[in-house]
Design a protein. Structure first.
Length: 269
């Protein structure tokens, strides 16, 4: 049978999702933990292979097994063997044709920026610190130019293995909440480093180093060298992966998890 699981993790101590020799990865620790519950080795296929230092609120993965366990058994069993910074938050049996990567309709990433002069004692490694004041309205103006279906070659890394650079960017929203700025990006799929490169461009605009119109120029150039530096990994979170409703999968992790992510205090009633 095929089982889908939702995972959340702090990626600070890991070399990314994908297993690699001699370095810790999310995939390796998750496969080891779930394999102990299944009593046989398992191979996890994920919705999005997050990079080193990138976090997830709602990563989705699937594996195949003949082991009969309840949803509670998979969750509690896996979390018994997982390190404290990785957790399985839900488990569901899914049809054999379900695929965590290819069945996904869209993915959402959020990038958190602490925009103040003083560093944070709470958000270290979990948000990007930008000292210079950011004009979020200019950033949003630039973001609009990137919406739609385009060739995003200017925003992909040299290591990107995607067959096509064309993606459909459905949403790119910049919000300020006190000292915090959040960039929320939704697309059918993302290229390697695409979100962090878009955020890098928006930061250049927000700091006044570039004009908002520059975003369209970079996009149309299809030239990575024309874009800004890649934004730091620690501000990025895989926030949500959406699937066709018949699969019956949760869209996000528990609200309590979202509340733990660095951000502004609740709005006063």
């Amino acid at each position: 049978m095929r089982i889908a699981v939702g995972l959340e993790y702090d990626g600070s101590q890991y070399a990314g999702w994908q297993s690699q020799p001699s370095v810790p990865s999310i995939q390796s620790v998750a496969e080891a933990a779930i394999g102990r519950v299944a009593a046989h080795p398992v191979g996890l296929v994920c919705a999005g292979r997050t990079d080193a230092g990138v976090h997830a609120v709602a990563q989705v993965a699937h594996f195949d097994t003949e082991a009969l366990r309840s949803a509670h058994g998979w969750i509690r069993g896996a979390n018994t063997y997982l390190p404290a910074d990785v957790s399985v938050v839900w488990a569901r049996r899914v049809p054999d044709h379900f695929h965590a990567r290819y069945s996904a309709e869209r993915r959402t990433y959020c990038y958190f920026i602490l925009n103040r002069s003083a560093r944070s004692g709470l958000a270290d490694r979990r948000a990007a610190l930008i000292h210079r004041p950011l004009d979020h309205a200019r950033m949003q103006e630039a973001a609009v130019a990137l919406l739609g279906t385009h060739d995003f070659s200017a925003f992909r890394s040299a290591e990107c293995q995607a067959h096509s650079p064309v993606r459909r960017l459905e949403g790119l929203v910049v919000e300020r909440m006190g000292a915090w700025v959040r960039v929320r990006a939704t697309a059918n799929a993302f290229l390697h480093h695409m979100v962090r490169n878009m955020v890098g461009l928006l930061l250049a605009v927000g700091e006044g180093r570039e004009r908002p119109e520059w975003a369209r120029e970079v996009l149309q150039s299809r030239d990575r060298s024309r874009c800004a530096a890649t934004a730091p990994a620690q501000g990025l979170y895989l926030w949500c992966v959406e699937y066709p409703r018949p699969f019956g999968l949760p869209r996000t992790g528990p609200d309590a998890v979202s509340a733990m992510i660095p951000g502004p205090p609740p709005t006063a009633p």
